[in-house]
Ligand binder design. Structure first.
Ligand SMILES: [Zn+2]
Ligand SMILES: [Zn+2]
Length: 202
């Protein structure tokens, strides 16, 4: 083995034993197992699938990854939401003072939130998927409202939002005019969330 010329200056440092620039993702407590390089940390955490989501029920303070939240909702609040099947219409009713309804897919437990807002000429309606905002997955949904011979059929794509929507809707809401409410002020809708391999792909 060749001997280097400045042998006397050698300082023995083992850089491989502990590497301080690598650390667990901050979402480790929510199930992320990534150990990320300091320089790539933000990059990873911006898209981390374990980014925390909040339970959409106002009185509950549970926070966890979307997978943990699905399990939490199925076990703790099984009677507080509506279970639904993708690609099949579901009749729902929002009472006058009801601002949202949690929807849970039977197939994969994914949670969605149907939110209702109030504007001057009608109610805004939107469905969000309860998942990190960075998630790229979008689901086509449609909402049908009927009154007498009139029928309103609205379509949009879900946005991702990690919890309950508070205040006015951000973007992409649909509007159901007040004329479509039933006589007691309830909003009767038929909704459908579509999930198939060719929907939601880039
Ligand atoms: Zn992570
Ligand atoms: Zn909860």
């Amino acid at each position: 083995m060749p001997i280097s010329g400045n042998e006397g200056d050698t300082v023995c440092v083992d850089t491989e034993i502990s590497d301080p620039v690598r650390a667990p993702c901050r979402n480790a407590q929510y199930g992320c197992t990534e150990i990320v390089d300091y320089t790539k940390r933000k990059e990873h955490e911006d898209v981390c699938l374990c980014s925390p989501c909040a339970c959409p029920l106002r009185k509950c303070h549970f926070i966890g990854s979307s997978t943990q939240l699905s399990e939490h909702f199925s076990s703790k609040h099984w009677d507080s939401g509506r279970r639904f099947q993708y690609n099949s219409p579901l009749p729902v009713t929002l009472n006058k003072n009801e601002a949202c309804l949690v929807l849970q897919a039977e197939k994969d437990g994914i949670l969605f939130l149907l939110s209702k807002g109030t504007e001057s000429i009608g109610h805004t309606v939107m469905i969000t998927c309860i998942s990190p905002s960075s998630s790229k997955e979008q689901y086509l949904y449609d909402i049908v409202s009927e009154r007498g011979n009139s029928c309103l059929r609205l379509k949009s794509y879900t946005n991702n939002y990690p919890g309950r929507i508070e205040g006015s809707p951000p973007v992409d809401f649909l509007l159901v005019p007040y004329g479509f409410l039933n006589s007691t002020g309830k909003l009767d809708l038929e909704m459908c969330i579509w999930n198939s391999t060719d929907i939601g792909a880039d």
